[in-house]
Write a protein that binds this ligand. Structure first.
Ligand code: SAH
Length: 506
């Protein structure tokens, strides 16, 4: 067997580039010319784009192995369905190539574009590369070709490029498109109407470019919005090019009907808890308005203006944002967590419901609120009914806070306490504890969660009777258990806090 091992052929996965044979690599041309066997995938009609790209390098006397897909997107009567039919096809194709390799023949598998980029070659590679000496030759992808033909930069500086198959569900496409800077959407054709709707819903349609048969005969480029869905072949893609350097709206050219305010929730901490929708809104804004601490969490973007302020006088900040919008600017007001929970959404709506702002469009984009992030760290303390109370008496009298705490405690609700204290407000936590102890046992679990998701995160569970106000600051949220909430030590020594879904019958 040793002899035979020495004489096995080599497998090559060879990228051919996007279509124009001049865009093949020198290595690809050389390997195709030298190969004993040239294999290529094709649909049942037998025409192979890959073979036609490589044609000028094929020689007399070379063996050709067309690997003809039994199904493409039509239905199949294979007992294993589409997957079953494909698995069988790949196994059979790999066996055919293996027979050549065993006989000592070098096999080149042609791959349009790049072999490792949504290519059919990969299915052969996975089945053969561990058994035969194998080399993969990269190729220019359709994405690079499309950007080149459009003559538009694709990604610059810190921009992110997202590659999407158009076969994804519309919702998934929409979320990904909203959250990314640049994008390429491959596998169009019958997916085109879905892709177009996703571009529209993510607010990206106006930027989208369509490229068909890049660098091949019949090439076409057009703004995607102008493309007739009936005319879209599989060999086409959509591109959202770089946004850097695109002309931003100026106050001179801005139309009054363009301006709007969106109040965006940043979530309790970093980008893991920023929704795709919120990320997209932040990127699309002309102006960002908010408390400086929160604004600092939004990446700086060329061409965007930032208006930071302190966290007082929300009404002024709201009017400032609405004024910008009236002048045609697209304004994002940022809040931490959810903008509707003790945050900017109310202030903006309050101002927008009075003159002179009644006409300004306002939208609210939700975020994860601190209580939910904190609860997840502790376990599931909010698993049953709970109430949310801000301990700040800046905007409501303490007597009202105390009355609400008393009522919630009497109803045996779990409590999420926002704004428990700050440098200037130090008494509220002690007072709240004493009110709650009127109805709750001193050993009730209290989760103290500080800077959840941030660099200084600290989450601990104490007992209500021992709650020390000195351990609480503005970046802390408190979750106070009900009579049913349990703090349980697990085998690894960690403590979890949870409130059962079932409440005992009284
Ligand atoms: N809109 C925000 C709440 C603003 S009020 C939200 O939905 O989360 C500010 C209070 O939120 C803080 O005093 C603190 O109680 C809580 N908070 C916000 N982010 C937090 C975090 N990462 N960790 C702990 N508490 C947080």
């Amino acid at each position: 067997m040793t002899d035979r091992q020495h004489s096995v052929g080599r497998l090559y996965g060879v990228g051919l580039g996007p279509g124009d044979p001049d865009l093949m690599t020198v290595r690809a041309a050389e390997l195709i010319g030298k190969a004993d066997v040239v294999a290529y995938h094709s649909a049942r009609h037998g025409r192979s784009i890959a073979r036609s790209i490589a044609a000028r390098y094929l020689r007399e006397g070379q063996l050709e192995e067309p690997l003809v897909y039994p199904v493409t997107t039509e239905t199949t009567d294979h007992p294993g369905g589409y997957r079953g039919a494909m698995d069988e096809f790949y196994a059979e194709a790999a066996a055919r190539l293996a027979a050549h390799l065993d006989a000592g023949r070098d096999v080149v598998v042609l791959a349009e574009g790049d072999p490792m980029f949504y290519g059919s070659y990969m299915h052969m590679h996975k089945r053969l590369a561990d058994r035969y000496p194998t080399e993969v030759v990269p190729g220019v992808t359709s994405v690079s070709a499309a950007a080149a033909r459009l003559g538009r930069p694709l990604v610059e500086a810190e921009e992110v490029l997202t590659i999407l198959p158009g076969t994804l569900p519309e919702e998934e496409l929409t979320a990904r498109l909203a959250a990314t800077d640049s994008a390429a959407i491959l596998k169009l054709g019958r997916t085109f109407p879905t892709v177009r709707r996703a571009l529209e819903r993510s607010g990206r349609l106006a930027e989208a470019q369509f490229v068909e048969r890049a660098t091949m005969a019949g090439e076409r480029t057009a703004p995607l919005a102008e493309v007739d869905p009936e005319s879209v072949p599989y060999f086409s893609l959509a591109v959202l090019p770089s946004r850097i350097g695109l002309p931003a709206a100026t106050e001179d050219d801005a139309r009054a009907d363009r301006g709007s305010v969106v109040v965006v929730g940043l979530g309790p901490a970093g980008p893991l808890w920023l929704t795709p929708e919120a990320r997209g809104e932040l990127a699309a804004a002309d102006d960002l308005v908010g408390y400086t601490t929160y604004l600092n969490r939004v990446p700086v973007r060329a061409g965007q203006r930032r208006h930071g302020s302190d966290n007082k006088v929300e009404a002024e900040r709201a009017e400032f944002a609405l004024d910008l919008a009236r002048r045609g600017r697209r304004v994002a007001v940022v809040s931490s967590g959810d903008p509707g929970v003790f945050a900017m959404a109310t202030a903006v709506l309050e101002a927008a419901c009075a003159d002179p702002y009644r006409e300004v469009p306002v939208r609210i984009v939700p975020g994860m609120t601190a209580a939910h992030a904190a609860a997840s760290r502790a376990g599931a303390p909010l698993g049953h009914d709970y109430a949310v109370v801000s301990l700040s008496d800046r905007l409501k009298p303490w007597a009202v806070v105390a009355e609400r705490l008393r009522a919630a405690a009497a109803a045996d609700l779990v409590l999420a306490l926002y704004n428990p204290g700050s440098r200037s407000r130090t008494t509220q936590v002690g007072l709240a504890r004493d009110v709650l102890l009127e109805h709750r046992a001193p050993d009730t679990p209290v989760v103290l969660a500080r800077d959840v998701g941030g660099p200084e995160e600290r989450v601990r569970t104490v007992r209500l009777g021992e709650l020390d106000p000195a351990e609480v600051d503005m970046r802390t949220i408190l979750l106070v258990g009900s009579s049913q909430t349990r703090a349980v030590r697990r085998a690894d020594g960690s403590e979890v806090v949870w409130t059962p879904r079932r409440y005992p019958e009284s």
